[in-house]
Design a binder for this molecule. Structure first.
Ligand SMILES: Nc1ncnc2c1ncn2[C@@H]1O[C@H](COP(=O)(O)OP(=O)(O)O)[C@@H](O)[C@H]1O
Ligand SMILES: [Mg+2]
Length: 303
């Protein structure tokens, strides 16, 4: 299954359509919705994007991120839903509690090069969010997912075949966005041993405008050779370090949801409950806060 198309490939599909092939059958062959292919064939999005040679827009340096100054993650979803998704950080400056990593990735995004990162640390500390935020800083179009240059592989999908396919896709240009591609491979420690062997080889030669981000809660399970191929960024999870950032995040989420500041008792309780064996998870904290929120009033009917 191919999820991205080069200008040449798109021309080929145009010719086949002109020769009588249906858009539906061509889309099935590619493994993409027919509407997307139809749009690309009619408007030539892929053709134009594939020719982009401009470097990605240089993001502004927002300086060190202090919990007090950190802005609330932009709500990614509207209306009711899971707060953890609604307030998933979409830019690096809105990642809480990981100032060194944020600075490092911001510097990388200002002068990017083909690279592989390994984000390690406890669950719910911002690894996947940081990978997505990095993609945004590099100019990927997150709304368009793989068409915008962002591809995510869950742990269960990381077979040798899937990794080979993923590596082949790294050589294709995305239809939308700056042309940079970010491949996010979650729970890397659970990948098959053959998959790891393939990565060892492919990470020696990462295609242009490509970044690979592995995330892992158990870095020790990965082989030292694999770890050495990546830039290793360990995410903080110690409660002592994170509790202030967690308080700030929870207060901001509460205010955004209710319009009022929370009682400090609630915030303290949630921070305590979100701490397990001295490790604090922002995911747990935001999830727990949701249960304390007052039910939303139904909007009054118009008379
Ligand atoms: N550093 C963080 N700053 C702000 N929110 C966070 C952070 N880490 C986690 N969260 C919250 O938890 C959710 C899950 O985070 P995620 O990045 O998937 O964690 P991980 O990949 O480390 O398990 C996010 O959508 C967000 O709501
Ligand atoms: Mg994750």
């Amino acid at each position: 299954m191919s999820a991205t198309l080069s200008a040449e490939a798109l021309d080929l599909y145009r010719q086949r359509r002109a020769a009588g092939a249906s858009v539906k059958s061509l889309a099935e062959e590619l493994g993409i919705p027919w509407q997307r292919l139809d749009k690309a064939l009619r408007h030539g999005i892929a053709g134009r994007a594939a020719l982009v040679v401009e470097p990605p827009p240089v993001p502004e340096d927002t300086g060190p991120v202090e919990p007090e100054r950190a802005v609330l993650p932009e709500p990614a979803l509207q209306g009711p839903g899971l707060l953890i998704e609604k307030y998933r950080p979409t830019r690096l400056r809105t990642i809480f509690g990981q100032p060194q990593i944020v600075r490092r990735l911001q510097a990388f995004a200002r002068a990017p090069y083909p690279a592989a990162f390994l984000f390690t640390g406890e669950t719910g500390t911002g690894k996947t969010s940081a990978a997505l935020a990095l993609a945004a800083e590099l100019g990927c179009d997150l709304e368009q997912k793989d068409f915008g240059g962002v591809q995510m592989l869950a742990s269960g999908e990381q077979s040798a075949e899937a990794v080979r396919e993923c590596c082949a896709r790294m050589w294709l240009s995305p239809m939308c966005g700056s042309g940079w591609k970010v491949f996010i491979l979650n729970e890397a420690e659970r990948m098959h041993v053959q998959a790891e062997t393939i990565w060892l080889d492919r990470l020696e030669n990462i295609p242009p405008k490509t970044v690979v981000v592995f995330t892992s809660n158990h870095a020790a399970k990965l082989s030292p050779r694999f770890r050495d191929r990546c830039v290793h960024l360990p995410f903080q999870s110690g409660a002592k370090r994170l509790h202030e950032s967690a308080r700030t995040l929870l207060t901001k989420v509460w205010k955004a949801e209710t319009g009022k500041p929370p009682r400090s008792q609630i915030v303290e309780q949630v921070v305590t409950e979100a701490t397990v064996a001295g490790q604090l998870s922002f995911r747990r904290a935001v999830q727990l806060l949701q249960a304390h929120l007052p039910p939303k009033r139904e909007s009054r009917r118009k008379r």
